[in-house]
Design a protein. Structure first.
Length: 422
């Protein structure tokens, strides 16, 4: 249960931060955000404010910002739809109820024949089932539609649609999600530095020693320097960690400097699992820089270090070394969340920062349906001097979604396979 709660909080925070970036800059660009949803699936709760409907949905995985006129915004009402029209005192439609889940007692029963809710703003059809007379009503610019599932959203006139914003504003709106993830990761790493009481330094001098750990049992103490592991020199903490990783449950020989004297000792790193892989662990931490400057700068240095590691991994995969084991879907992330939860709050916070950087970078990959794919279309539009037609963009996006679904299914299957193998 603890893992489930942490997983929902971590996933929810990442989605909220990412989608809020799109939401904020869309609003600033004059783009109507019709809906801001946390979660997917059936609606659990909804409220409206300043033209945007805010929803919480049952499945706490993902979320979305529904911008007027964007490729994933469905705005048309099909001919033949039964609705109830709510009119103001001037006889102008202010609400179109197409849902049988919401009862409107003060409206006009109406069978819709034709609508234009983008340019001319009207609705035509038959009142009270009387097909002998086709009636037409003007629709208010800020009118709302109650959709089939009972969600009320504002209509999307052309002047507030995504494509009506300037190209730089659209590019910034598309980039804002990943950008927010990067900013959030930096803040998370700064918080982590304060919670830890300092910043790990990349030296071979040891900081805290965990009680009952292999390091403590071998007699290692804070301030000792690990000079070599199995004869391989370890000039910094990163090299110490990388060497120890190689020997889960295998005895290694350490050359250490302790109280000014050099000596050797044997120790067996314990076995820990992460991402389906076994690693060796001594139970030591790096020495800490406790200065305010060090704690604040850690957010940026840690962010840069993680970013470079992810980019190197992506480059390695693109160069022909692709493996599903290098990827993780929701199941794999859940497993890693369980491991992080078992190791305490600092590991959870560190994991949150790592995931935020990952989410930002992955979303910038130029695949249709991802933010990077949308930015690529923006760049192509800038070069051509005109946008790609909405029909072509919809097809491209659909292909991208299909590829992502296939990849997600494959990754999820691989995640399950790794679980059962261990």
């Amino acid at each position: 249960m603890k893992t489930i709660i942490v997983f929902i909080i971590v996933f929810g925070l990442l989605v909220l931060v990412h989608e809020y970036g799109h939401y904020y800059f869309a609003k600033k660009s004059g783009i109507l955000v019709r809906e801001f949803s946390i979660g997917m699936g059936p609606k659990l709760y909804a409220t409206r404010k300043n033209g945007t409907t805010y929803t919480i949905r049952w499945l706490p995985l993902g979320g979305y910002v529904r911008m007027a006129g964007a490729a994933d915004d469905e705005a048309e009402i099909e001919a033949g739809t039964m609705a109830t029209l709510i009119l103001n005192a001037q006889g102008i439609v202010t609400k179109i109820n197409t849902s049988d889940k919401v009862i409107s007692t003060d409206g006009i029963p109406f069978q819709i024949d034709k609508t234009d809710l983008e340019r001319e703003l009207y609705i035509e059809g038959y009142e009270n089932g009387d097909e002998s007379e086709l009636k037409r009503f003007d629709v208010a610019h800020d009118a709302t539609v109650i959709e089939k599932d009972g969600t009320e959203v504002q209509i999307a006139p052309i002047d507030v649609q995504f494509q009506s914003a300037s190209l730089p504003k659209r590019m910034l709106t598309n980039f804002a999600g990943p950008m927010n993830n990067f900013i959030f990761a930096i803040l998370v790493f700064i918080v982590l530095a304060f919670i830890q009481g300092g910043v790990p330094t990349n030296t071979n001098t040891m900081g805290a020693i965990q009680a009952d750990s292999p390091a403590a049992q071998a007699g290692l103490k804070t301030g000792d320097k690990i000079l070599a592991v199995n004869g391989k020199k370890t000039p910094n903490f990163e090299s110490v960690r990388d060497e120890i990783f190689k020997y889960p449950n295998k005895t290694v020989t350490l050359r250490i400097a302790q109280k000014g004297k050099t000596q050797t000792m044997k120790v067996k790193p314990r076995k820990v699992m992460s991402g389906g892989q076994a690693y060796g662990q001594l139970g030591i931490t790096a020495s800490m820089d406790q200065s305010l400057t060090g704690k604040l700068s850690y957010g940026f240095t840690r962010f840069w270090s993680v970013t470079m590691q992810i980019i190197q991994t992506l480059g390695y995969m693109i160069s022909g070394h692709f493996s599903l084991n290098q990827l993780a879907g929701p199941v794999g992330i859940y497993t890693m969340t369980s491991e992080a939860t078992s190791q305490g709050i600092t590991t959870i916070i560190s994991f949150l920062g790592l995931l935020s950087v990952n989410l930002g970078i992955i979303n910038l990959i130029p695949i249709p349906a991802l933010d990077g794919g949308k930015l690529l279309l923006n760049i192509i539009e800038g070069i051509r001097g005109k946008p790609i037609s909405q029909e072509k963009e919809a097809v491209i996006t659909l292909i991208g979604v299909g590829l992502l679904v296939v990849l997600m299914v494959a990754v999820t299957f691989n995640d399950f396979s790794r679980i059962f193998q261990h």
